[in-house]
Design a protein around this ligand. Structure first.
Ligand code: M6R
Length: 610
């Protein structure tokens, strides 16, 4: 939620800040703003709506190009409607300080009352404006800006990443974080602070991951990390980021989402690279070395990452021979779960910053369980706080709708199932070897068939775009894919979509079926096909239109339905083809309807609030 970028260097700051905001726009896009210091005054420019509005406004403003130090913010509203007044940065009443903020100050009301009593005036509805005035107030009784920042932040409760600009230190940026992402980019004669590496990847790949309660001070030629507690200097490792800027650009595709869907063959190769030894028929997961075989698995995640866990749970039981339960993080964290100490809690998160998933990890810890994170973003909070982490190596996912990250999560969970099956000797004879060979062939098959799927989908997506209501049905692992299909369609096209386990239809939802209500049935020709087929028949008998995602084998059974053939893959790897079919269906339907595919309304990529 919200993207932050700050720059201290020798180049004009505004274009760098705007470029950084462009890369961070996926984190929030209801308003944006920036601040810089010129001729002893903090100037701020803010605009509601997408970043383009701020770019337009900045280009006509009074020469902001001279400032070489500045900061910017792209917002996903928490306190107050998305308008220009509530947009960040916020300035203190005396104009001496400006602040950008990602997160929530939970005790802002009491702080605000205290400041109002002292004569402060508030113009916005935000918690951020409270904090910047508290910094100004603290400055009256502290010897410098750093100590004022420290004193105010110590009083703030909640989760936040903050960047501070001070009028009397025009070349310095201060920043701190608590339960919200923030890192520093270390360049040559220029330094950055941002929510995400993509914001400054064009300038530097050298990164410092800030820990909870770190304060950083950057100037063009220096950086210093201090402890918020006592301002003690801290030693920090500089990490080299492998991602390059191309991987965070559209690369000729119309949208990031389409690019990311099409990257899935490569994502599969990358997930398997070095982890599958085809000759020996073995899975290698060094990340799990020394970990005792868990007695039970508890997968906890949100949204698409939850769907990954649900998809994999049957494989973890069938191949891995470990009982597995999957839970939604926002429920798990508050329901006081009973966990065994020999249970392994697997937390799945693309961003590694999802507040509910991080809280779930804390619950698992308190229960004395080992935690394993499946995470895409290197150095994210989850990756750093779990006992063990497996990186999914999908590369930066920019589109708000998650696509390739799910593919990578499913791939890693498949490897985990095979690994635990291998370690327990549960996959007999050449079975493991055969499964690994089939799994390794998926990327090539998908790559070969993706161009045809992209053509086919245009026809099917028109039918979907015309629908007002859509059911997605599936059984077993395909139920998890149905959930994902419905989630994608909802978030991209705003068409009402629900997923049901196909067998549940007759227990109530079938009452909704009429000639207008579209059903998308995921029906590969697997062992459950006859059952799903019966459910499709029941819908057809009630004049419900059906789009069946099926295989050649299923074709002869399905009569009046529209059919879309799944590329030929062995079960359960069919899922790796069904997934992009569902993603393309929503992508095309939403594009046809003229929706903002990469930045759907009301959403943000990384959900760092409850
Ligand atoms: O970063 P995470 O995987 O923890 O994010 C979880 C969900 O917020 C995320 O998957 C969300 O559901 C996506 N927008 C779905 O496309």
């Amino acid at each position: 939620m919200c993207g932050i970028i700050a720059y201290a260097g020798h180049q004009p700051a505004t274009p760098i800040v705007l470029q950084g905001l462009r890369r961070l726009e996926y984190r929030g896009y209801d308003s944006a703003g920036l601040a810089f210091i010129q001729q002893g005054i903090i100037h701020s420019i803010k605009a509601s709506g997408k970043l383009d509005a701020l770019v337009d406004k900045t280009s006509v403003s009074s020469n902001p190009l001279l400032a070489t130090c500045g900061m910017g913010h792209t917002r996903w509203a928490t306190h107050g409607v998305p308008n220009e007044i509530n947009a960040h940065p916020h300035l203190s009443n005396d104009g001496a300080f400006a602040l950008v903020h990602n997160g929530i100050i939970e005790n802002y009301r009491e702080l605000k009352d205290e400041l109002i009593a002292k004569g402060y005036v508030f113009y916005s509805e935000t918690d951020t404006e409270v904090l910047i005035n508290l910094i100004a107030e603290c400055r009256k009784s502290t010897p410098d800006n750093l100590r004022a920042f420290q004193a105010a932040v110590k009083r703030a409760q909640g989760a936040f990443a903050l960047v501070l600009l001070c009028r009397d230190e025009p070349e310095t940026i201060y920043a701190t974080r608590k339960s919200a992402p923030l890192l520093a980019g270390i360049g040559a004669g220029e330094n950055f602070v941002a929510s995400d590496v993509t914001a400054f990847l064009a300038s530097t790949r050298r990164v410092i991951f800030l820990d909870e309660g770190d304060i950083i001070r950057i100037t063009p030629n220096s950086y210093q990390v201090l402890s918020l507690e006592d301002l003690r200097p801290l030693e920090k490792k500089i990490h080299q980021i492998e991602w390059d800027i191309q991987s965070a650009q559209k690369g000729g595709f119309k949208h990031f989402m389409l690019k990311e869907i099409c990257e899935q063959p490569q994502v599969l190769r990358s997930a398997l690279a070095g982890r599958v030894d085809l000759e020996a028929g073995r899975v290698r997961l060094p990340e799990l070395e020394g970990l005792a075989r868990p007695s039970r698995l508890r997968i906890v995640a949100c949204g698409t990452s939850y769907n990954a866990g649900l998809w994999a749970s049957s494989l973890l039981e069938e191949w891995g021979r470990i009982p597995c339960v999957v839970e939604i993080a926002s429920e798990f964290r508050y329901r006081k779960p009973i966990l065994g100490r020999d249970e392994l809690v697997i937390l799945i998160s693309q961003s590694g910053e999802t507040a509910d998933t991080l809280a779930a990890m804390q619950v698992a810890r308190e229960c004395g369980c080992a935690t394993l994170g499946l995470c895409n973003v290197i150095g994210s909070s989850l990756a750093r706080e779990v006992d063990r982490v497996i990186y999914t190596q999908a590369g930066p996912e920019i589109s708000v709708a998650s696509t390739k990250a799910l593919c990578s999560q499913m791939a890693l969970l498949t490897l985990l199932a095979l690994y635990w099956g291998q370690e327990a000797g549960a996959l007999e004879g050449d079975r493991l070897k055969k499964l690994l060979a089939d799994f390794s062939a998926v990327a090539d098959t998908l790559e070969k068939h993706l161009p045809k799927l992209r053509v086919d989908v245009e026809l099917f997506s028109l039918r979907v775009a015309a629908a007002r209501n859509v059911f997605f049905l599936g059984r077993g692992r395909n139920y998890a894919l149905a959930l994902e299909g419905a989630l994608k369609l909802k978030e991209l096209s705003y068409i009402h979509a629900e997923a049901y386990a196909a067998g549940e239809m007759k227990h109530g939802p079938i009452a909704l079926i009429d000639p207008e209500f579209l059903t998308i049935a995921i029906a590969p020709h697997d062992e459950l096909f006859p059952k799903t087929f019966s459910n499709i028949e029941e819908i057809a008998a009630r004049s419900g239109p059906i789009l069946a995602i099926t295989e050649n084998g299923g074709d002869k059974h399905l009569r009046g339905e529209i059919k879309w053939d799944i590329p030929p893959l062995a079960d359960p790897f069919t899922s790796f083809a069904i997934l992009p079919m569902l993603q393309l269906l929503s992508y095309e339907a939403a594009s046809y309807l003229g929706k903002d595919v990469d930045q759907p309304r009301n959403l943000a990529k990384s959900v760092t609030v409850e």
